[in-house]
Design a protein around this ligand. Structure first.
Ligand SMILES: O=C(O)CCC(=O)C(=O)O
Length: 287
């Protein structure tokens, strides 16, 4: 599919307020703007290139999931810099946040749905992210927000059979679910089940403790999407080691910051010099 929509703009302060209120209440929100066309097309191009290479080198590969995709094509680094996402990460964590995780999934139609349910790239059963996730410290008795995750859905899911992301509204606040996967029965939450059968270009943001899943793709439309998340700089990323300075040459100061530019230990915690102003353009401005 080719995108035609125009460049999006920064979120307004009102939009930020609304999205943050939805995130606190429901654990997720849909961003008001679709991805800009040029960015979406570049990311799809990168996904298509990498999946074609993987399928060529191993004929049994169908659905593909690639972790730490920002290190595999500059298009994913551009997506990491998506302004509305960085504005919301700034709202959540202040200036000291960086990349937590990046991956893409390209999910083909699965004829054998039962087999696909056992293949991590082809479907993902109900879970919340993080270490179980309740081994993260609680904040005010609740599972705290330790990372904020953005799902970029690049292909049409409005047909309803693409194995879209599903979430259960408000479950980031259900601490009784922590570590209780065996007792978790989705039917108990039917009223709060939300499935993102969305148009191409839609961006969904969610709290890492929200329960979510994606069933196998039953349609002929290959489902392509990227997940990128951000966390405080005092947390290590899930899927990458920090790079050497030489690996960051020619990148912007903001990109180097998000990717974990080498620095003395204390500066992952306490900003020095321009550390706290690196991401300043994502802060709120008077309107
Ligand atoms: O395939 C999906 O969309 C779900 C991904 C997921 O559950 C995860 O990244 O934790």
């Amino acid at each position: 599919m080719t995108f035609t929509q125009q460049e999006t703009t920064r979120l307004t302060n009102d939009e930020r307020d609304q999205l943050n209120a939805q995130l606190a209440r429901d654990g997720f929100a849909v961003l008001p703007h679709k991805l800009p066309a040029d960015l979406a097309n570049d990311v799809i191009g990168a996904i298509d290139r990498i999946t074609a290479e993987q399928r060529q080198s191993n004929r049994s590969v169908q659905s593909v999931k690639l972790h730490n995709c920002v290190d595999h094509d500059p298009a994913f680094r551009r997506l990491m810099m998506y302004e509305p996402a960085l504005q919301l990460a700034y709202d959540a964590f202040g200036p000291m946040f960086h990349l937590n995780q990046s991956n893409f999934i390209s999910r083909v139609q699965e004829a054998d749905q039962d087999a696909a349910k056992k293949d991590f790239a082809a479907s993902i059963d109900w879970h919340a992210d993080g270490p179980r996730p309740g081994l993260f410290p609680r904040v005010d008795g609740m599972m705290g927000l330790h990372y904020l995750k953005f799902g970029y859905f690049l292909t049409d899911l409005t047909h309803g059979t693409g194995g879209a992301l599903q979430v259960i509204r408000g479950t980031h606040r259900h601490e009784e679910l922590d570590g209780n996967k065996k007792n978790f029965n989705v039917a108990d939450y039917a009223d709060d089940l939300v499935e993102f059968n969305v148009e191409a270009g839609t961006v969904v943001v969610f709290h890492q403790a929200l329960w979510h899943a994606a069933m196998p793709n039953q349609s002929e439309v290959e489902r392509k999407n990227v997940y990128i998340s951000y966390c405080p700089t005092w947390m290590r990323p899930v899927d990458r080691d920090f790079p050497a300075a030489a690996d960051l040459e020619n990148l912007s100061a903001e990109e180097r910051w998000l990717l974990g530019e080498p620095r003395p230990a204390m500066r992952w915690w306490i900003p020095q010099g321009d550390d706290a102003s690196r991401m300043a353009r994502f802060a709120r401005k008077p309107e």
